[in-house]
Design a protein around this ligand. Structure first.
Ligand SMILES: [Zn+2]
Length: 93
């Protein structure tokens, strides 16, 4: 699959670091980074969903118990922050 310049939409060769047509620097994301970002997004939504469920569990009987919810929320929070750290642009893992 060919990459395309974000500025002028001309096709880019794999080894190019700047667009030959407009000179814009090419931002290339590895599939690993893309996967990590998707994973972090999923975790973020799961975290917020879990947090809402935790609050709801205080008021409604239909939800799982409060302690199950708060545990899930904390686990998701930890996973989310470590995923965010992993995606820090300057970290060399
Ligand atoms: Zn361009």
């Amino acid at each position: 699959m060919l990459d395309r310049c974000l500025d002028c939409n001309s096709s880019l060769k794999k080894e190019e670091t700047a667009c030959f047509a407009c000179g814009a620097p090419v931002k290339r994301e590895s599939s690993r980074t893309t996967f990590g970002k998707r994973f972090a997004t999923v975790l973020k939504f799961a975290f917020f969903g879990s947090a809402i469920l935790t609050v709801a569990s205080l008021f409604f009987d239909a939800t799982p118990s409060f302690w199950k919810c708060i545990t899930a929320t904390l686990v998701l929070l930890l996973a989310k922050s470590s995923a965010d750290q992993m995606l820090e642009p300057n970290s060399n893992h």
